[in-house]
Design a protein around this ligand. Structure first.
Ligand SMILES: [Zn+2]
Length: 265
């Protein structure tokens, strides 16, 4: 059952948020690389890692994300990106793209339309399976009756009974799976909006522990290409032409990003 986030993740986030509130201040360091493990080089596909550079002349330390293949075997020549710039950009996109009420409502509406279509098709599937199960029961009864009436050995029909029994087990498992899929608790729109409002506040206050948590929950990857940055969210948006979900993505020009976050960096 597609939903913006599943019930389990939703509950986990709630627990984690309560925990973080009690332990606020544990992540004071500006050296926490929030995008570790998610940020990738668009040139060679390697992960990027946090690196600090000390500018002795000005007594300043710069924190960057750089391609982990740089200077190694593959010797990628991609340029690094300033830690503060890219992290602030990702947090802004979380807030603007994902946590904006307009886009959440739009996503929720699209997803509920999608799940209605899926429910309709799983009803057809379920009806088909239940029908076949009923037919198998009739066939088995008929065979048993035949054996009883005619006095032929059960061995004569044992292969056929075995085949029907196997098919019955397969169909029962299939029915169980369809029913489980249908019962999977979809998170309601109100619950999503509530969670998002809480998340927005943490992002606004740049609570590092919670921000890192949100990034991990919602961001699939951040890809730094030569001229642009791409964020792939862990959220699927239904395609208009067919019933598949594609990850929601946003892009930004790398030069513009550097300009925009110069002060912050
Ligand atoms: Zn690279």
């Amino acid at each position: 059952m597609p939903s913006i986030i599943d019930k389990e993740t939703f509950d986990k986030v709630q627990v984690k948020m309560a925990h973080n509130k009690r332990n606020a201040g544990h992540f004071k360091a500006r050296r926490v690389y929030m995008l570790s493990g998610l940020i990738k080089c668009g040139e060679c596909g390697s992960l990027m890692w946090g690196k600090s550079h000390f500018d002795g002349r000005h007594g300043l330390e710069y924190l960057n994300y750089e391609c982990s293949a740089k200077g190694y075997k593959q010797n990628c020549d991609s340029r690094g990106v300033r830690k503060e710039s890219i992290e602030n950009y990702v947090l802004d996109e979380l807030q603007n793209t994902l946590f904006s009420e307009v886009s959440m409502k739009k996503l929720a509406a699209m997803l509920s339309a999608y799940s209605v279509r899926m429910k309709d098709s799983s009803k057809i599937e379920l009806d088909g399976a239940l029908n076949e199960l009923a037919e198998i029961k009739v066939k088995v009864d008929r065979i048993i009756q035949l054996v009883a009436d005619s006095g032929i050995s059960i061995n004569v029909v044992k292969d056929e009974l075995k085949r029907l029994e196997d098919r019955k087990i397969t169909i029962e498992a299939c029915i169980q799976e369809i029913q489980m899929r249908n019962n999977a608790a979809a998170v309601s729109e109100d619950m999503i909006i509530g969670l998002i409002n809480k998340s927005k506040e943490s992002v606004r206050l740049r609570n590092i522990a919670e921000c890192r948590e949100f990034i991990g929950n919602y961001v699939e990857s951040v890809i730094v290409h030569r001229e642009k940055v791409e964020i792939r969210f862990k959220i699927g948006v239904p395609d208009t032409d067919n019933d598949t979900l594609s990850p929601l993505t946003v892009e930004y020009d790398l030069e513009e990003l550097k300009d925009k976050y110069r002060k912050a960096g």
